[in-house]
Design a protein around this ligand. Structure first.
Ligand SMILES: Nc1nc2c(ncn2[C@@H]2O[C@H](COP(=O)(O)OP(=O)(O)OP(=O)(O)O)[C@@H](O)[C@H]2O)c(=O)[nH]1
Length: 336
């Protein structure tokens, strides 16, 4: 585990400022040695020489399609080849940045790090960073489900072009983004300018990552601007039965996994001195023991669900039935 190489995925709609952010990170002076995988639709690609001059250890371009679909195999091969070159001493890097196309769905890219054994042997998905064009995001979100999913998937939302909008417009956009994804901090990134510590080594997919949501977020309510992708928080102070939760969520993902972008939780498990922590990406779910509760700490289960047209009422009702002592009810619910 300690030897796994962290990978940061930079996503965001067309023209949002992904390459600008990438260049800014490469210029860094932060000590990271970075290999870059660039995915462009067309063969025009980016200026490799410029990025190399700016400090990239290696640039791999995947230009014949989108890594979430048509060139997914190329992504796997590129990652494995980079790891081999590093192992042989031909390359020296300690972090990989992947820039997706503006239309990419981050889900399949993220799943690669859990599902592909060759990739999982070498790499750890650190975080998905989603760049959002503050000037054009509203229109993009209205028209493009891809833009909503990119935000739903984010561990950090980075606002570019804040110099082009007023305070009121920016505040409204922040609220909309927080409704789509109440878990990801929203940071300003004018021309890619964001503190490196806020975006690298976040461990957003780590089971033990701190569970937090933004202050703007409507906790427990997925009010919408008509966005299909939204998030909600589930909280319950009664001790839960973890086996029932697993059985319930297993049954839910059988039907809704395509809609469930990311979900994450800390569970207050009956009789356990420790938190249980779990998270999922579409159909992939993991759960393990977390840190012990403090003696006087308030114990409660908190879960965040982010997805498209989530069956919120059903999820809430099902989870309510997973409290300790309600086995028969929830197993019946899981079967229906
Ligand atoms: N005013 C302003 N312009 C920005 C900012 N960030 C990026 N831009 C500009 O936005 C344009 C698009 O930026 P890119 O970094 O190429 O965007 P991208 O997401 O990589 O674009 P695609 O790969 O085509 O999807 C460029 O002209 C940038 O200079 C910002 O914070 N403010």
């Amino acid at each position: 585990m300690a030897d796994l190489l962290p990978v940061t995925v930079i996503t965001g709609f067309l023209g949002s400022g992904k390459t600008t952010l990438l260049k800014r990170i490469l210029q860094g002076g932060h000590g990271y040695r970075i290999a870059v995988i660039e995915n462009e639709f067309a063969a025009e690609g980016i200026d490799q020489a410029v990025l190399m001059r700016q400090g990239a250890e290696r640039i791999v371009e995947l230009n014949n399609g989108c890594i979430c679909c048509s060139v997914h195999g190329d992504l796997v091969r590129a990652l494995v080849a980079l790891a081999e070159q590093r192992a042989s001493g031909a390359l020296a890097f300690d972090h990989v940045l992947i820039e997706t196309t503006g239309m990419a769905a981050p889900g399949p890219v993220a799943q690669t790090f859990f599902l592909d054994a060759d990739v999982a042997r070498h790499y750890l998905l650190d975080a998905v960073l989603t760049v959002v064009d503050a000037r054009h995001a509203d229109a993009q979100l209205d028209r493009h489900p891809e833009a909503q999913e990119q935000i739903g998937f984010a561990d950090r939302i980075l606002l570019s072009k804040t110099d082009l909008v007023g305070k009121t417009e920016l505040a409204a956009l922040r609220r909309r983004l927080a409704e789509i994804n109440c878990r990801a901090p929203i940071l300003k990134a004018r021309f890619g300018n964001v503190p490196i510590g806020d975006i690298m080594d976040i461990r957003g997919f780590n089971l033990n990552a701190v569970l937090e949501w933004t202050a703007d977020a409507p906790v427990g309510d997925a009010r919408r601007h008509g966005d299909g992708v939204a998030s909600f928080v589930y909280q319950n102070a009664r001790p839960m039965n973890v086996a029932l939760i697993e059985a319930f969520l297993d049954s839910v993902v059988q039907v809704f996994s395509a809609q469930m972008l990311r979900y994450k939780g800390i569970l207050h498990v009956a009789g356990s001195p420790c938190r249980a922590v779990f998270q999922g990406v579409h159909m992939l779910m993991g759960c393990e023991l977390g840190a012990p509760w403090g003696e006087l700490e308030y114990r409660e289960t908190r879960m965040v669900f982010i997805g498209r047209d989530l069956p919120q009422a059903m999820l809430r009702a099902g989870l309510d039935r997973c409290v300790q002592g309600d086995d028969a009810a929830v197993l019946a619910a899981a079967r229906t």
